[in-house]
Design a protein around this ligand. Structure first.
Ligand SMILES: O=c1ccn([C@@H]2O[C@H](COP(=O)(O)OP(=O)(O)O[C@H]3O[C@H](CO)[C@@H](O)[C@H](O)[C@H]3O)[C@@H](O)[C@H]2O)c(=O)[nH]1
Length: 479
C-alpha cells in the first residue's frame, strides 16, 4: 500500500485526431505534468505527419522543449490510425471515421500492451481519452486503467448528448417528423429550441440515415462516457452551472477550463502558420476583424464568395484564415476573381496562423467565427465580441450560449446561405463600438469570470486540484 501511494500517476492521453481536440489535450497534458503526473501523449502518425509538414521538417518529440523548460515528465509517441499517411482523411471523412471506430482501438490496445511489457516506470495507470472515442471503457477494463474522459466542447452539448434517450422518447429526435417545439425536459437545461441542437440532432429520420458512422459514434460514445471514472470538461462551472450540476448528479464531472497555455512551446498546428505581426503593426486598436472557420468544417464555394464580397463591401480591415481544404481538398480555387487585388492593403488572407497570438493583438477588434468551442474560449479570453456563423456539430449550440445566453456576440445570418449584404452589415455592426456596445461590455464580464476561474482560488483550479487528488486515490485503490 505504501509503495502504491508514493508512485506517480502515469496517464496515457489520446486526443481525437482533429486540430480542435489535439490543442486542448496538449494544454491539459502540460497542466497535469506540472501537477506531478507522468504523461504519455499519443498522437496518430497522421497528425504527427501534418505537424511535421507544417513545420517543414520532422517535428520529432513535440514536447521536447516543454519538457526541458518546465522539467516535466511528458513522453511522446505515435500510433497508426489504420490508414496510410497519404490517405486524404478530409475528403474521405466517413471512411476515415469508420477506421477510427473499428481499427484504431486495436492499435491503441497494442500500444498499451507494448508499453506495459516494456515496464515503464511508473507504469501507466490511467487513460485520458477524448469523449468521442467509443472504446475507452473496454480498453480501461482490459488494462486495469482509471478511465478519464476529456470533453472539449461546452457542458451543455455533453448534457444534451447524455440525455439523447429523452430527446428520442419525447419525439425531438429520431422520429419521422421531429417535434419543433421547445425542449424543456433535459435536466439542467431550462429550454432549448431544436434549431439550437447540435447539427446531427436537427434532422429527422425522413432526412437522414442514422446508421451512418457519425451516428454510430454518437450513440456509442455517450453511452460509454457514463462508465468513465471521471469526466473533465473544458468549461467553467460559473458559465454553465445548470448542465454541469445535471451531469455531476450522475458521475464525477469536473469543469477545469479554459485549458490553454498562452505561451505554449508545443507545436500543434496542422498547417504552416503565417506570422501576422508585421501586417498588424501600427494598425489602430480594434480596427481589424479576425475571420476563421476552424480546422474541420467545410464551407461551400458560394458562401465563401459571398463572405469575400461582404468583407470587401464593409470597407473594414481583416485577417481571414482560409485553410487550403476549406471548400474541399479537391477544390483549390474558391475566392472570387480579383479578390486579392481588391483586398490589398486592408485584407490579409493566410492558410493558418497562431490564432491566440493574432487575436490577442490590440489591433483585432472582433471575431467572425464558426463557433468552435476553442475559438469561443480564446475570443472571450481576449475580450473580443463574436459574429457567429455556425457550420456543423456543436457550433449551433455554442452559438446559443454566445448570442442568447451570454449575449457576447451576434448572428451573421438566419438562413443557411449567407449573402454579401448580411456580411457587410453585420461586420460593420460588430466592429463599430457603439452598435456592438452590449456584446462588448458583456464579453468583458465573461472574460473576468473565466480568468477568475483559473486563479489559484478559482473554480477551475480548485476543481482541477480535487480531480488530481481523486484520481490519485482511485489509482491506489485499483493497484
Ligand atoms: O489559423 C488558425 C485557426 C485556428 N487555430 C486554432 O485551432 C483551434 C480551432 O479550434 P475550434 O475553434 O474549436 O474549431 P475546430 O477546429 O473546428 O474544432 C473542432 O473541435 C471543437 C472542440 O471540440 C468543436 O467545438 C468544433 O465544433 C470542432 O469543429 C483553436 O485552438 C485555434 O486557436 C489556430 O491556431 N490557427
Amino acid at each position: 500500500m505504501e509503495r502504491a501511494k508514493s508512485r506517480k500517476p502515469h496517464a496515457m492521453m489520446i486526443p481525437y485526431p482533429l486540430q480542435g481536440h489535439v490543442i486542448p489535450f496538449v494544454h491539459l497534458a502540460i497542466k497535469l505534468a506540472s501537477h506531478g503526473f507522468t504523461i504519455t501523449f499519443v498522437n496518430t502518425d497522421s497528425i504527427h505527419h501534418h505537424i511535421s509538414t507544417a513545420r517543414q521538417g520532422e517535428a520529432g518529440d513535440i514536447f521536447s522543449e516543454a519538457r526541458s523548460s518546465g522539467n516535466l515528465d511528458i513522453r511522446y509517441t505515435t500510433v497508426s490510425d489504420g490508414f496510410p499517411l497519404e490517405f486524404d482523411r478530409s475528403l474521405n471523412h466517413d471512411q476515415f471515421f469508420e477506421g477510427i471506430l473499428h481499427v484504431f482501438p486495436a492499435h491503441v490496445d497494442d500500444l498499451i500492451t507494448k508499453i506495459s511489457l516494456r515496464g515503464d516506470d511508473p507504469p501507466v495507470t490511467c487513460l485520458i481519452a477524448d469523449t468521442f472515442y467509443v472504446w475507452s471503457s473496454m480498453i480501461c477494463d482490459k488494462h486495469n486503467l482509471v478511465n478519464v474522459s476529456f470533453w472539449t466542447e461546452p457542458a451543455l452539448v455533453l448534457n444534451l448528448y447524455y440525455h439523447l434517450h429523452l430527446l428520442i422518447s419525447n419525439g425531438h429526435f429520431k422520429s419521422l417528423d421531429n417535434r419543433e417545439d421547445v425542449i424543456d425536459y433535459v435536466p439542467g437545461v431550462k429550454a432549448i429550441d431544436p434549431k439550437d441542437l447540435m447539427s446531427y440532432l436537427q434532422v429527422s429520420d425522413k432526412d437522414v440515415d442514422t446508421n451512418t458512422v457519425v451516428y454510430r459514434i454518437i450513440f456509442k460514445a455517450f453511452t460509454d462516457v457514463k462508465k468513465a471514472d471521471f469526466v473533465l470538461c473544458n468549461t467553467v462551472q460559473e458559465l454553465e452551472p445548470g448542465s454541469l450540476s445535471a451531469l455531476q448528479a450522475n458521475q464525477p464531472v469536473y469543469a477545469i477550463g479554459p485549458v490553454f497555455s498562452t505561451e505554449s512551446v508545443v507545436p500543434t498546428s496542422l498547417w504552416a502558420e503565417s506570422d501576422c505581426t508585421e501586417w498588424l503593426q501600427g494598425r489602430p486598436t480594434g480596427s481589424v476583424l479576425y475571420v476563421s472557420f476552424g480546422s474541420y468544417a467545410h464551407v461551400g464555394k458560394k458562401e465563401i464568395v459571398e463572405i469575400a464580397h461582404g468583407l470587401l463591401l464593409s470597407g473594414l480591415c481583416f485577417i481571414w484564415v482560409l485553410r487550403p481544404d476549406i471548400v474541399g481538398s479537391d477544390v483549390p480555387d474558391f475566392l472570387p476573381n480579383g479578390f486579392m487585388e481588391r483586398a490589398q492593403g486592408r485584407g490579409l488572407v493566410v492558410q493558418w496562423c497562431c490564432q491566440m497570438a493574432v487575436i490577442s493583438n490590440p489591433a483585432i477588434g472582433g471575431f467572425l467565427t464558426h463557433c468552435g468551442w476553442n475559438s469561443i474560449l480564446e475570443s472571450v479570453w481576449c475580450g473580443l465580441p463574436l459574429l457567429c456563423y455556425p457550420l456543423l456539430t456543436d457550433q449551433f449550440t455554442n452559438r446559443k450560449l454566445v448570442v442568447d445566453d451570454w449575449r457576447i456576440g451576434i448572428n451573421l445570418c438566419e438562413k443557411k446561405i449567407v449573402t454579401r449584404d448580411e456580411v457587410s452589415v453585420n461586420v460593420k455592426r460588430l466592429m463599430n463600438e457603439e452598435t456592438s456596445s452590449e456584446p462588448r461590455s458583456n464579453v468583458e464580464k465573461v472574460k473576468r469570470r473565466i480568468k477568475d476561474a483559473v486563479t489559484s482560488v478559482g473554480s477551475s483550479e480548485v476543481n482541477f486540484k480535487s480531480f488530481v487528488g481523486e484520481v490519485g486515490d482511485r489509482i491506489e485503490i485499483r493497484n
